[in-house]
Design a protein around this ligand. Structure first.
Ligand code: SF4
Ligand code: SF4
Length: 284
């Protein structure tokens, strides 16, 4: 089973939920944790895995042999990302825009294009006690996260329960991270921005036909929270857990310590969350 943890915006406590859930479920089953928030992976700060292997991840980008090129322009026509431009006497490749799809090389009638690797980041593997851990780290300034996320997801071990920590938001990296999951947890907070971004994330789940539930973090009651709950009722998406605002938790977070490892009451909250997800999945 694959559980993705996502949020419509940053700073809602998505990684806190993902890491605590992993720690609690690891008491009962084999857990694999994939940090797919490759622009800012920080789950390792909480799980503290011992990282043993590191491997570069690249995408294939075109390199044009100008002497073979007839400047027919076909490569630029087939490129959906405007990553290649054909002039009268030169073909320019904008590597940062290239998604490595291979289309230009495939269609070039003169076989003037060969593909060369362009590194975009690294993949690191390790273990945090019994939890198998993998994360991707995008190179600084690199914009192309999806191929690295794909590489992280290629390590999915079907014999484990896999928890994916997705990037915040609702753009391509999030789609890539949560696609193919069995269940998606959406972490939100009781603010007007929280509700707005949650609604976008819920739309995304619908488009991907992904079942999901909501965790309200920093719960303090009040109007904002009531609005989120009423929205969830309307959309028929269950609120699985409300995590109260807690000074001790904030201080643990600041020290990179997961609450489930230190506070028994939080351990039981996350154990309850794990059970609800497994029950929800079973009921479908
Ligand atoms: S498709 Fe091939 S031959 Fe045509 S412009 Fe591009 S590189 Fe040159
Ligand atoms: S590999 Fe794909 S994305 Fe890159 S330049 Fe060629 S057609 Fe465009």
């Amino acid at each position: 089973m694959i559980i993705a943890v996502a949020s419509g915006k940053g700073g809602t406590g998505k990684t806190t939920v993902a890491t605590n859930l992993a720690l609690v479920l690891a008491q009962e089953m084999k857990i694999q944790f994939l940090d797919c928030d490759v622009e800012e992976p920080n789950a390792h700060l909480f799980l503290k895995p011992e990282l043993k292997n590191s491997a570069p991840v690249s995408i294939p980008v075109p390199q044009v042999a100008q002497e073979r090129c007839s400047y027919c322009g076909l490569c630029a026509e087939v490129c959906a990302f405007n990553a290649i431009m054909v002039g009268k006497e030169a073909v320019l490749v904008f590597e940062q825009l290239c998604h490595g799809c291979g289309g230009c090389a495939y269609f070039c009638p003169e076989k003037a294009i060969r593909e060369v690797d362009r590194p975009i980041g690294i993949l690191e593997h390790g273990a945090a006690d019994s939890i198998s851990f993998v994360h991707g780290k995008l190179n600084p300034g690199e914009a192309l996260a999806p191929p690295l996320i794909k590489a992280v997801k290629e390590t999915i071990d079907p014999s484990s329960l896999t928890i994916i920590d997705a990037a915040p938001g609702s753009s391509c990296p999030v789609v890539e991270a949560i696609r193919g999951s069995d269940y998606c947890l959406l972490v939100t907070e009781p603010t007007p921005f929280g509700l707005n971004d949650l609604a976008i994330a819920v739309e995304l789940l619908k488009k991907l036909s992904l079942p999901g539930g909501v965790v309200i973090n920093r719960s303090m009651g009040g109007e904002g929270e009531a609005r989120i709950e009423s929205y969830c009722r309307r959309e028929e998406i269950p609120v699985l857990l409300k995590l109260p605002w807690d000074r001790e938790l904030a201080s643990l977070y600041a020290r990179g310590e997961p609450a489930a490892a230190h506070l028994p009451e939080w351990r039981s909250l996350f154990a309850g969350l794990g059970k609800r997800i497994l029950d929800e999945k079973e009921a479908r």
